[in-house]
Design a protein. Structure first.
Length: 229
């Protein structure tokens, strides 16, 4: 294999149908077809959720994806949501919210996936109560976060923090935990390895042991293995 072909092979990544990929895709489909309430999904970090979300958003029409970050104010979140839709993001917060709702109401079975929700401040989370009220039955809303979100919401409800009971209700008081069990994760590692050109069973076992329940580490290990081959 020439160096150029080898580099192309290393840089090409195939998304494998892992347990997380299949389950997330099913939840996204359901949320888009039945846009009532917020689907709250929790999953440990580095389980392949981001690559699944991006793949789903690229393949499906009217699916929009925003990744949150710490210290993200309402204005920034609304701006990012409008930008994802290709819409004007100027104006006051109230105007931006109205603009977002109006455009989603005109869309064809829209779905908004909000990733890393657990990083948002309380007042930003509270905004989704108003958003779901306005878009109930019109736009699917999915939260994705680490299990910390469940603890945070339930604690906020128990402490009677403003907006938390309403938000918990909009989530149907359910958190769907998609973190794979040990054997499930082991199968996922094998699927990812084989989809990306690593088929030797002994090598797959070694990569599984080295990645320590972290698919981000597994990706780096596979890329390094292929580069050295």
């Amino acid at each position: 294999m020439t160096d150029q072909k080898k580099k192309a092979t290393i840089n090409t990544w195939t998304v494998a149908p892992t347990s997380v990929f299949n389950k997330l895709t099913a939840y996204f489909d359901d949320a888009q077809r039945h846009p009532r309430g917020i689907h709250a999904i929790i999953i440990n970090a580095s389980m392949g959720k981001s690559i699944t979300v991006k793949a789903f958003a690229e393949q499906k029409p009217s699916v929009y994806y925003v990744c949150c970050h710490r210290h993200m104010p309402i204005r920034t979140l609304l701006r990012d949501m409008l930008t994802r839709m290709g819409k004007d993001s100027s104006g006051t917060i109230a105007e931006m919210l109205d603009n977002l709702v109006n455009n989603l109401e005109k869309d064809n079975t829209p779905l908004f996936i909000i990733d890393e929700v657990d990083k948002l401040k309380d007042e930003v989370l509270e905004m989704f109560v108003d958003l779901e009220n306005k878009l109930h039955g019109k736009c699917g809303l999915v939260f994705i976060a680490t299990p910390y979100l469940k603890k945070r919401i339930e604690l906020g409800v128990n402490r009677n923090k403003r907006g938390f009971a309403e938000l918990y209700s909009r989530m149907k008081k359910i958190f769907w935990d998609l973190t794979p069990a040990k054997q499930e994760f082991k199968k996922d590692v094998s699927l990812i390895c084989k989809a990306n050109g690593v088929s030797n069973e002994q090598t797959i076992i070694e990569l599984y042991n080295k990645c320590e329940y972290d698919l981000r580490v597994l990706t780096d290990l596979i890329i390094a293995f292929k580069a050295a081959a």
